[in-house]
Design a binder for this molecule. Structure first.
Ligand code: SF4
Length: 408
């Protein structure tokens, strides 16, 4: 499958008709780079952890530039393009040359996929027909709620009725994966129920229910918490149960992120597969595994089933990939071993973390773990259970190999 990705640029909040009330990019402040897996060993900060993570773009790219990039990419692709994905920091529905762009891309004669849109830029319901006629085959569409008043208030959609009409027409003709950030007391409960029913009745393929985050521990690492004062997000356990219940009551697939895919039973579906757990390598050494509070208990259980007697250090940060140096500073050095394995995607600079973890005079080895140990609900939406299990087998086997290679 040869995929062509078309990056239109744009800035979250600025190139999507203003910030949604719940946008994770709201109130982001300028701050020093975090450090990450891509940084050079002696330099904290690279393009990814200083710009990419904040989705810093200067604005939408002019159509001419996008067209040039597409032509260049086509020249490099030896095979026929089988899928075109439109992506960027801004919202494609707000791209000033959106119609021209779609006309241009439809000449390539491959299905077009819009990786993300809020639909806030769709003011005329007729655009749906235009998109369907010009090869749009799949879209991820943020709905928030099917109540136009709520879309207007929380997404600042100036034409919520038109956007919903577009969504409705697309649901009936192409693959629509809707998404909603769920804010307690605003669009959960009956409102969420109504949204699910509306989407299912119109033929949406699925809904990704995203847990609202409002604190640093919940993932707002860009000095921008709280996003909405006075709102306490659902607990992970409550959220997981809510997603399970929704998925049971509706026929379309409903997944949650960070938790949970109740059909695949991921993250860490492998825990339900004893034969696969037995196929994992046995742990023969000791190391301290650092992770976040959602993955922690699962990882501990899996590793213990493989003979691990070391320690899993579970930090208050809920999502392991969003661990930063502030979290590393909280680790009790008297409780860790001489080898520490941190999540592969943690936002820390290895040298800085290694120094902090050796600041009691004991020289410790810091190792970065695998990129992914499992799939969150957003990732698993387009995967089969076998694919998720294979991903978990690979990731966890790699983690165990690292423990056995570098542990004591
Ligand atoms: S449309 Fe998306 S990126 Fe833009 S403000 Fe809303 S949540 Fe943020």
């Amino acid at each position: 499958m040869t995929q062509l990705t078309v990056d239109i640029g744009g800035r979250p909040g600025l190139d999507c008709r203003g910030f949604c009330e719940y946008c994770y990019f709201k109130k982001v402040k300028e701050s020093a780079p975090f450090g990450c897996q891509y940084c050079l060993p002696f330099q904290k900060g690279c393009d990814y952890c200083s710009r990419g993570v904040r989705e810093y773009y200067t604005g939408f790219k002019p159509l001419r530039d996008v067209a040039d990039e597409v032509l260049l990419a086509l020249g490099r692709i030896p095979d026929e393009v089988t899928k075109i994905t439109i992506s960027g920091g801004g919202d494609p529905s707000c791209y000033p040359w959106f119609i021209d762009l779609i006309e241009l891309l439809s000449n390539i004669d491959a299905p077009i996929h819009i990786g993300y849109t809020s639909g806030k830029g769709f003011d005329d319901p007729e655009i749906a027909k235009f998109l369907i006629d010009h090869n749009l085959s799949e879209v991820s569409f943020t709905v928030f709620s099917v109540d136009p008043a709520l879309r207007s208030k929380y997404m600042h959609d100036p034409t919520p009725e038109a956007s919903l009409q577009v969504l409705e027409k697309l649901c009936r003709e192409i693959d629509v994966y809707a998404a909603t950030v769920v804010i307690p007391g605003i669009n959960d409960g009956q409102v969420l129920n109504d949204t699910c029913k509306w989407l299912e009745d119109r033929g949406a393929k699925g809904l990704i229910v995203m847990r609202f985050a409002n604190s640093k521990e919940q993932g707002l690492i860009l000095d921008n918490a709280p996003i909405i004062k006075g709102i306490t997000p659902h607990s992970p356990v409550f959220f997981k149960d809510m997603v399970t219940d929704l998925n049971l009551r509706f026929k379309m697939k409903i997944n949650g992120t960070p938790l949970w895919d109740s059909e695949i039973r991921s993250p860490f579906a492998i825990l339900f597969e004893n034969d696969l757990l037995e196929k994992l390598p046995r742990v023969t050494k000791n190391a301290t595994i650092v992770t976040g509070s959602i993955a922690g208990p699962y990882i501990e259980e899996i590793l213990q089933k493989c003979g691990f007697s070391g320690k899993v250090t579970i930090l208050p940060k809920e999502i392991a990939c969003l661990i930063t140096i502030d979290d590393i500073k909280e680790i009790d050095l008297s409780q860790i071993s001489s080898t520490i394995i941190i999540p592969g995607r943690a936002f820390v600079h290895d040298l800085e973390a290694q120094k902090i973890l050796s600041s009691d005079g004991i020289d410790r080895t810091l190792i970065r773990g695998p990129e992914m140990l499992t799939a969150d609900g957003e990732t698993s939406m387009g995967m089969t259970r076998e694919e998720v299990l294979a991903l978990e087998m690979n990731g966890i086997s790699d983690l165990i190999r690292l423990i056995n290679l570098y542990g004591s």
